[in-house]
Ligand binder design. Structure first.
Ligand SMILES: [Zn+2]
Length: 406
């Protein structure tokens, strides 16, 4: 069994009075979060809920109108933040040069923080049933505010299906964004895991530029996911960026930052779309096979210099994580394989030969057995083959280069 986690976002429709009550509550919540955060900072980063409760609960209850459960919720929220930061610091050690000018990594922990974690935005985490619940046959929400509980309307547009399936609702976050109020509810569901013995379909996916992705499946069918539009847009953005960079003014720098943010958002949308499309196209009991691009620098000769940078982007990794996330929900899985020689191996006779690939015509032509095919398709075929090997029990399948006969 595997536990899936999602967040559903409900739009709330408070009246003026309710909105004011929400704001007051989240402002108070934020204020207490900062007090608790400061205490943790001043007391050697004790993240034990019991200790924090013991030292802070009484004092806070005396000076705050937040109810008991909300105060506990503040403790949990602050501790969770510190734990997240602790994890991030662990994953990003400090790099510096030692006396002999060699790069060394120094592990970091919370004591590296120079100030306590600050909570800038008003917020409130609400526990199911105690702080929020659905009432009137799911037509309304009942939410805790400083004084009393209040009932209001909401919409669950786009998230309806999570109310009919067996998802469990968890803690919710009251969110205020550009004058609108939302309730983000964390939900979980237990579902059966991907089973390799279930005779899954195997889909090799080659990620590229000319095609966003090329997929080759167990039935020998190839699907191309067009990347031309994206490539054109990237080129245009690259051009705009270059112009702004050459200006070098303050306003140009600001525009550059906005441009980068816009590009990231847009690429995220593209990846969401692609992951969704792949999952919809192949369905459950599918093994999606991707190249493992960790530690690969994209200095491939295949690419024009101007595009190498965009090729190296985080977007490849993002697609991978989106696909994993969506595959998990439908008893499918993602496996990563060694990318070496996937664009050079002949799927018919197994010969690995770089010169078989003709970049100008986008064709692979085997000098030994005369097998010919589109070069994007070839990559996906070899990746699929490696996925089959993984299913057969080879832990790290990879293509090894054999020399041509004769
Ligand atoms: Zn061949």
């Amino acid at each position: 069994m595997v536990k899936l986690g999602r967040t559903i976002k409900l739009r709330l429709y408070p009246d003026t009075e309710q909105a004011a009550a929400f704001l007051a509550m989240s402002e108070e919540y934020r204020r207490l979060a900062n007090i608790v955060s400061q205490w943790i900072f001043d007391h050697g980063f004790q993240l034990s809920w019991l200790k924090i409760n013991h030292h802070m609960y009484k004092k806070i209850r005396q000076e705050s109108v937040l109810n008991s459960q909300m105060v506990q919720s503040v403790f949990r929220t602050v501790v969770a933040h510190y734990k997240t930061v602790r994890e991030q610091m662990k994953q990003h050690p400090y790099r510096c040069k030692d006396e002999e000018s060699k790069w060394v990594q120094v592990p970091r922990d919370l004591t590296w923080l120079v100030t306590s974690i600050q909570f800038h935005r008003p917020q409130a985490d609400l526990v199911r049933q105690s702080n929020y619940s659905f009432v009137d046959k799911m037509q309304q929400l009942s939410i805790t505010t400083l004084g009393k509980r209040t009932k209001l309307r909401f919409t669950d547009k786009g998230f309806e299906k999570y109310f009919t399936e067996d998802w469990k609702l968890g803690t919710a976050k009251l969110v205020h964004n550009q004058g609108k109020w939302f309730l983000h509810i964390g939900i979980t569901k237990e579902t059966s895991d991907f089973d390799a013995k279930d005779n899954p379909q195997i889909v090799g996916i080659d990620r590229g530029l000319r095609f966003l992705a090329t997929a080759f499946d167990s039935e020998g069918k190839t699907r191309f996911f067009d990347g031309q539009k994206i490539l054109r847009k990237r080129k245009k953005l690259l051009e705009t960026r270059r112009q702004l960079q050459s200006k070098g003014t303050k306003s140009a720098k600001k525009k550059l930052k906005q441009l980068a943010q816009r590009e990231n958002r847009w690429m995220t949308d593209v990846n969401h779309w692609l992951a969704k499309t792949l999952v919809a196209a192949y369905g459950s009991h599918t093994l999606f096979v991707l190249e493992d691009l960790t530690n690969v620098t994209f200095n491939t000769d295949d690419l024009p210099k101007s595009l190498r940078n965009s090729h190296r982007s985080w977007s490849f990794f993002q697609l991978e994580s989106f696909l994993m996330y969506k595959a998990q929900a439908i008893q499918s899985a993602v496996v990563k394989v060694n990318p070496a020689f996937t664009s050079q191996r002949c799927p018919r006779c197994g010969l690995v030969e770089k010169t078989n690939r003709h970049h100008e015509t986008h064709e692979y032509w085997c000098a030994q057995c005369q097998y010919r095919c589109n070069d994007d398709r070839l990559g996906a075929m070899n990746i699929k083959m490696l996925g089959q090997e993984w299913l057969n029990g080879i832990k790290r399948p990879k293509i090894t280069k054999l020399t041509a006969i004769g």
